[in-house]
Design a protein around this ligand. Structure first.
Ligand SMILES: Cc1ncc(COP(=O)(O)O)c(C=O)c1O
Length: 432
C-alpha cells in the first residue's frame, strides 16, 4: 500500500513535492522553521464526521463523542471539538483550564485521572459537567470538597477495571488488564455506588477503557457485559451514561494499512450495548465513546530537517532536528513510523534508513530501517500520523523548545501554537 495513504486526506504530490491543503511543506518550513507540526483541518473534520455518522447509523438513543484531550490539546483543538458538538476528556487541572480558556462550556468538560490532586478535583468541581471517579479515596475527597461548595456540581461516573485488556502492540498501552493501575474492581464499584447513594453524590454513569491503539474490538464485548451487569446491580434510573472508553487504532506504517474502520468499531460497540441492555431489561443509556488517536493522529504531520547523514555498519542514520523531545513514542514503547522526503517524493526507495533525533539518548529514535529515496544533509522529511501523543507528551529535554503548530486549510495556514523560545525556558527558574 502506498505510504501517501498515511498522510492527511488533503495531501498531494505537486512537482514531486508534498503539499497539504494546497500548502507546500517546504515553504511552510522555510517560514516557520523546523521541527514543525501541521494539522490538516479536512482530515480532522472527516474523522469527526465518521464518528458522528456511525453513532447516528448504529445507536438509536442519545450518544456523544468525547475527544480524549490527552492525544493533543490546545485552545484551537478544543474549539474544533465544539464545532462537532464533542465533549472533551480532560486529565487534570491543566487540561481543564485549556478547555475553559477555549470557551468550552461546563457540561462538555469531562474529567479523568488516576490520582487526581486536590487542585485537579477543585478545578473539576468548578468547571466540569462530569467527573469519572477512579478510586474510593478520590470519592471521599470529592465528598469533603463538595460539602463546602455551592452547586452546580458535576455528575459522577465510576471507572471500572474490567480485568480484560485489548490487544495493543505494547503492554504500556494497555489499561484494562486485572493488575492495571486504572479504575476500580467490581467489588470496589459497588462500594463506591453505595457511598454515592449515602452521600447524595449524583452517580449517573459507568466507564471503562481497556487500552490504546487496538484494532480487534472483540475484548470489548465481555467488558461491556460486565459493566452492564454492574449497571443493573447499581440500578441506574432515568437517563444514565455508559462509556466503553476510546482507543480505536490507526495505521502508522504502510504495512498496517488500511486504517481500521471507525464504522465497524462503533457498530460493534452499539450492538453489544443494545443487546446487553435488552437482555437485562435496562433502558438504553446515553452512549459515549472517547477516541483520541483515531480522531487526530492522521491529521498531524511532523516535518524535520536532516542535519547529518551517518553510515554505521549496515545502518544509515538520518539525524533529524527533532526526536524524542517532541515525539517520545519510540522511546516509551517502540512505536513504528514511516516517512517521505518533502521533495523528490517519487524517487526510487533505494536506501534503508533509520531516523534519530539530536538528543543525548540512544533511544532518541523515530524510525528504524525504512526504505527511502536517498536523503542528503539539509533535506526535509515528513513523518505522517504525528497528530496524537507527540506534542502532548513533549518535553524540554536538552533544552529543546517545543515546536510550532500550524492548522492548514485551503488558503489558510494558521499558527495555533507558537514555537517555544529560550525565554520560555528561562521563565520558571531562578538563580540561587
Ligand atoms: C480514559 C481514556 N479514554 C480515552 C483514551 C483515548 O485513547 P485513544 O487516543 O487511543 O483513542 C485514553 C488514552 O489513554 C484514556 O486513558
Amino acid at each position: 500500500m502506498d505510504r501517501l495513504l498515511l498522510f492527511p486526506i488533503s495531501t498531494r504530490v505537486e512537482r514531486d513535492s508534498l503539499t497539504i491543503a494546497g500548502h507546500d511543506l517546504a515553504s511552510l518550513s522555510a517560514e516557520h522553521g523546523t521541527p514543525l507540526y501541521i494539522y490538516d483541518r479536512a482530515t480532522l473534520d472527516a474523522s469527526a464526521q465518521s464518528y458522528t455518522d456511525a453513532l447516528t447509523a448504529h445507536y438509536p438513543a442519545s450518544a456523544h463523542i468525547t475527544y480524549a484531550g490527552k492525544a493533543f490539546l490546545c485552545k484551537a483543538i478544543a474549539q474544533w471539538t465544539q464545532e462537532h458538538d464533542f465533549f472533551i476528556d480532560c486529565t487534570g487541572e491543566g487540561e481543564i483550564k485549556i478547555a475553559v480558556a477555549a470557551g468550552v462550556p461546563r457540561e462538555y468538560i469531562l474529567v479523568h485521572g488516576v490520582n487526581k490532586s486536590i487542585d485537579d478535583l477543585k478545578a473539576a468541581i468548578e468547571h466540569a459537567g462530569t467527573v469519572v471517579v477512579d478510586n474510593i479515596t478520590e470519592l471521599e475527597r470529592i465528598h469533603l470538597l463538595i460539602i463546602n461548595h455551592q452547586p452546580p456540581f458535576p455528575n459522577f461516573w465510576l471507572r471500572l477495571l474490567p480485568g480484560i485488556a485489548v490487544s495493543t502492540h505494547h503492554a504500556h498501552t494497555q489499561t484494562g488488564q486485572h493488575d492495571s493501575k486504572f479504575g476500580m474492581t467490581r467489588e470496589e464499584i459497588l462500594v463506591a455506588a453505595i457511598f454515592c447513594n449515602e452521600n447524595n453524590l449524583p452517580l449517573t454513569g459507568i466507564h471503562f477503557h481497556q487500552g490504546s491503539n487496538f484494532r480487534d474490538p472483540e475484548p470489548l464485548i465481555p467488558a461491556i457485559e460486565l459493566a452492564l451487569d454492574l449497571a443493573k446491580e447499581i440500578g441506574f434510573k432515568g437517563e444514565w451514561h455508559f462509556c466503553p472508553g476510546g482507543g480505536w487504532g490507526i495505521a502508522y506504517h504502510e504495512d498496517e494499512l488500511p486504517n481500521p474502520s471507525i464504522d465497524s468499531y462503533v457498530r460493534g460497540v452499539a450492538e453489544a450495548v443494545i443487546e446487553g441492555c435488552r437482555r437485562r431489561g435496562l433502558e438504553l443509556p446515553h452512549l459515549h465513546l472517547e477516541p483520541g488517536r483515531s480522531l487526530v493522529a492522521r491529521a498531524g504531520v511532523a516535518i524535520y530537517r536532516v542535519g547529518a547523514v551517518k553510515k554505521r555498519g549496515d545502518k544509515t542514520w538520518l539525524l533529524a532536528d527533532g526526536g524524542m523531545a517532541d515525539n517520545p513514542r519510540f522511546a516509551l514503547y517502540g512505536a513504528r513510523y514511516s516517512c517521505l522526503p518533502v521533495s523528490g517524493v517519487g524517487r526510487e526507495r533505494s536506501e534503508r534508513v533509520s531516523v534519530a533525533g539530536p538528543y543525548c539518548e540512544s533511544g532518541d529514535i523515530i524510525i528504524e530501517d525504512l526504505p527511502m529515496p536517498k536523503i542528503q544533509e539539509g533535506d526535509l522529511i515528513a513523518i505522517p500520523v504525528a497528530g496524537a501523543y507527540h506534542l502532548s507528551m513533549s518535553s524540554n529535554y536538552n533544552g529543546a523548545r517545543r515546536p510550532a503548530v500550524l492548522m492548514l486549510e485551503a488558503g489558510k495556514a494558521k499558527l495555533i501554537v507558537r514555537r517555544e523560545t529560550t525565554d520560555d525556558l528561562l521563565k520558571r527558574d531562578t538563580k540561587i
